[in-house]
Design a protein around this ligand. Sequence first.
Ligand code: MGD
Ligand code: MGD
Ligand code: SF4
Ligand code: MO
Length: 758
Amino acid sequence: MRSNEDPKDDLKVTKPKEWAAGVPAVAHAIEYSLSQTSAKRTALTLFALNQTEGIDCPGCAWPDPSGHRHKNEYCENGAKHVNDEATTKRVTREFFAQHPVAELDGKSDYWLNQQGRLTEPMVKRPGATHYEPISWDDAFDLVADGLNGLGSPDEAMFYTSGRLNNEAAFLLQLLARSFGTNNLPDCSNMCHESSGSGLGESLGIGKGSVSLDDIHESDLILVAGQNPGTNHPRMLSALEETKHNGGQVVAINPLPEAGLKRFKNPQKPSGVIGRGTTIADQFLLIRPGGDLALFQMLNKLLLEAEAAAPGTVLDHDFIERNTIGFEEFSKNVEAITWDDVHTATGLTRDEVEELHRRVLQSKSVIVCWAMGLTQQKHGVPTIREIVNFLMLRGNLGRPGAGVCPVRGHSNVQGDRTMGIWEQMPQPFLDALGAEFDFTPPTSHGFDSVNGVRAMRDGKASVFVGVAGNFVRAMSDSDVTEQALRNCSLTVQISTKLNRSHTVVGETAVILPTLGRSDRDVQATGEQFVTVEDSMSEVHQSRGKLDPASPDLLSEVAILSRLARRLLPDSAIPWESFEGDYDLVRERIARVVPGFEDFNARVRRPGGFRLPNPVNEGVFPTPSGKAVFTSNELTMPRPPEGHLVLQSLRSHDQWNTIPYSGNDRYRGIHNARHVVLVNPDDLAERGLSDGDVVDIVSVWHDGTERRASGFTVVAYPAARGSAASYYPETNVLVPLDSVADVSNTPTSKEVIVRLELVG
Ligand SMILES: Nc1nc2c(c(=O)[nH]1)N[C@H]1C(S)=C(S)[C@@H](COP(=O)(O)OP(=O)(O)OC[C@H]3O[C@@H](n4cnc5c(=O)[nH]c(N)nc54)[C@H](O)[C@@H]3O)O[C@H]1N2
Ligand SMILES: Nc1nc2c(c(=O)[nH]1)N[C@H]1C(S)=C(S)[C@@H](COP(=O)(O)OP(=O)(O)OC[C@H]3O[C@@H](n4cnc5c(=O)[nH]c(N)nc54)[C@H](O)[C@@H]3O)O[C@H]1N2
Ligand code: SF4
Ligand SMILES: [Mo]
């Protein structure tokens, strides 16, 4: 696929790969980088990527090693992400004059992204067909007027994506709350919210407990619902080290993902010319949504093993000292049968018993997971059951053991720490109010799903998006699009063009901003920003490139200036923040626990790690104890003839943005409108590899949603499952199809049938 051309599906299928990375990964990284930017900028970004004084990778949230760093401390996809941002292509005022909004709205996600970096503020006025230039001052006035004209601050929404740095995130929530609303939906609502809900309830803190050293030292790591070869590629180097240290890895996934099988580390001779390292010692090809049943059965087997040999299996000391709810939990898991397990997981008894033996042999166990578990209707109970599983043998708060929700966006965890949440707890709001001398609103705001409902129903009418691509990230694309079109004002603070700039309210504003890789110079000199990775390490990121345009402002500057227009009487010294980000960090240090002496500590090479109370044996739940939960066994039950569809990422995309039509490890080339299905499931439906189908999703209220023209690929996936790419299949996910408790769209559990076209 050449850039500037809309991708046309021209499907070629090859055998799925049996290993990930190796030399081809390096070649693909360089190829994409050079298709976007110059050799000089590529060299600059890559040498600075993930170095202690360098650019934090704008890709995923996998941590960097705390000690010595290699010269090449990045992966293929990190290189692609940073150079997608460092592109030399530009979206100018001439571009907007040439292309009416309606025309841009018909372009693909790929095409829009390929146009390059946004360069100056633009506005689409009511009734206008085109975006036109607007000065920064006029843009801030226009946005402030739109917000101040609302009947109530709660009619505004401030969306964030996890690309946002800590300083900007802190200012955004301060702006929203001093304006008077907790409407702070974020991408986390669609992502790891189920992890936060499940872990919060069980352990009192919604974050992972393990460090990179724990991963290296662990006896056994279960990787469930995660495709690290594509989405967290350097996790494979960590798992390689686990293996070299004698640990085992078990993969739990409905797809035989290459990266979970074998890894060829391009930085090691064995990875370049040798066979690489086997990652998974056991691969459980589970049915989608079967994980709750699997972990319940593992827990039952552990209880039975303890009953057979008392005092040898469970960690009674841990259970007695730290937990409540053990008795009810034990009774609850007794009920599960092998029939339940077979129906829910499609796995054999032998497979589950083999995993059980591995658990018994292991002194330390970690469970890692991502979207395969969280974007399920029963994501929250599944995660709670995983905590039960770990606690039975005291696998929490000691070396090589713990919970590891692997976060997506590079700073999604940090944004939450900074207060980006529609339901921040009262102690945070009190500290914020005390620091800035105001009373933050206390009623919960809209999350992403409730935000769409509010805009759909006319209860919210100004949408401000800071990073991200809300309209494509959210479920039920048609409903979400209409919701945004209902708004009086939509504002996007972004680096690159996407559909959220073409699906617009009556007035629409684009405020272009510096990216992670751009040098950020303010009144007091060059600034750095900070981020928090998936393992709670907080560190600096310093842009190195000449900014994409002289008319860009940093996110901190945009939010500070907007706040001054919006809240002219505010006692908050907004004007001071823009010139010196240390002043923002001083405030963070006084409001957010764990950030004491922030400015000094974050200047140490590698930064610092936020404490996780679980590792000190402290569980900040209402009872002060960790909670064994009793979870009702549930599983997807598709009607006859239907499949459970998951919408996932190809190897060549960043969330809503495809970089090409290739998904190399799965053997899919030049096409995104494909659906991967087990050959036996195809045969049962009278379908064959290569057939073109409509994917039709069915919902309880009798409504159906349709995505047309997908080519069927016979694939060695778990029976009863289907897989297709996001965001193209978001049109199939009903707005009301959400995970219990967390309200996360069920992007991995969509009940569908396939209808042959023609
Ligand atoms: N290159 C690249 N890297 C990324 C991203 C990107 O788009 N591109 N996105 C970032 C973000 S924001 C996130 S959240 C992460 C996402 O990282 P992942 O969660 O790895 O992303 P997905 O592609 O959604 O893959 C979900 C995996 O779960 C499996 N799965 C699906 N259903 C089930 C189930 O019921 N049970 C089990 N056990 N497995 C299941 C799928 O087969 C797949 O392997 O990646 C981050 N990193
Ligand atoms: N069906 C389905 N839907 C899903 C998912 C799924 O697996 N399946 N996954 C969900 C998940 S896990 C997530 S996290 C969401 C992702 O949702 P989002 O985070 O909203 O989406 P992205 O595609 O990451 O956003 C990309 C845009 O961010 C902007 N951007 C990039 N860098 C910067 C920056 O430094 N500053 C600013 N201001 N803007 C920047 C660019 O304009 C770019 O076009 O999607 C969710 N939706
Ligand atoms: S693993 Fe994630 S953070 Fe690390 S270089 Fe790759 S994309 Fe970037
Ligand atoms: Mo995510």
